[in-house]
Ligand binder design. Structure first.
Ligand code: RP5
Length: 161
């Protein structure tokens, strides 16, 4: 399975990409292989089903799923595969993403989705990398270095502009 793509980044619409590409950027930075697909729970339900059905055999280890509004994609994907699903609620115009958040967060017992903050694409990438780092020493080192660099970038005192 060494050469297989490990992370699937899926989203309900092209309009979700500005948020989801932040997950992709983090995975690029940390050297984690991924694929990106538009998979809509409502507009392309068969694509969703096929993706979930084949996720394990294709070697995916984490699926990052972003959707907005009536955001059923992460939960439906979690119902179709045991590959862990990290959900990203997309910020919406009508309800600022609270609709997306609640749609993704309130899963019934048995089918969890690890839900990020509204617009939390970058953290989704980090979460996926940290999950994979449990069994990948090289990635663990890169994640530790990334976190140390972030810590080092934080000033001790505020300054005027
Ligand atoms: C959801 O509907 C998508 O995830 C997106 O966040 C939202 C709006 O989609 P578009 O109308 O912009 O394609 O399914």
């Amino acid at each position: 399975m060494a050469d297989m793509v490990k992370v699937g980044i899926i989203m309900g619409s092209q309009s979700d990409w500005p948020t989801m590409r932040e997950a992709a950027a983090l995975l690029d930075e940390l050297g984690v292989s991924y694929e990106t697909k538009i998979v809509s729970a409502h507009r392309t339900p068969d694509r969703l089903w096929d993706y979930g059905k084949t996720a394990v055999e294709r070697g995916l280890q984490v699926i990052i799923a972003g959707a907005g509004g009536a955001a059923h994609l992460p939960g439906m994907m979690a119902s179709k595969t045991r590959v862990p699903v990290v959900g990203v609620p997309i910020q919406t115009r009508a309800l600022s993403g609270v609709d997306s958040l609640y749609s993704i967060l309130q899963m019934p017992r048995g089918y969890p989705v690890a839900t990020m903050a509204i617009g939390g694409g970058a953290n989704a990438g980090l979460m996926a990398a940290q999950m994979l780092a449990v069994a990948d020493a090289g990635l663990a080192e890169r994640v530790d270095a990334w976190r140390a660099a972030l810590t080092a970038s934080i000033a001790e005192e505020p300054k005027d502009d």
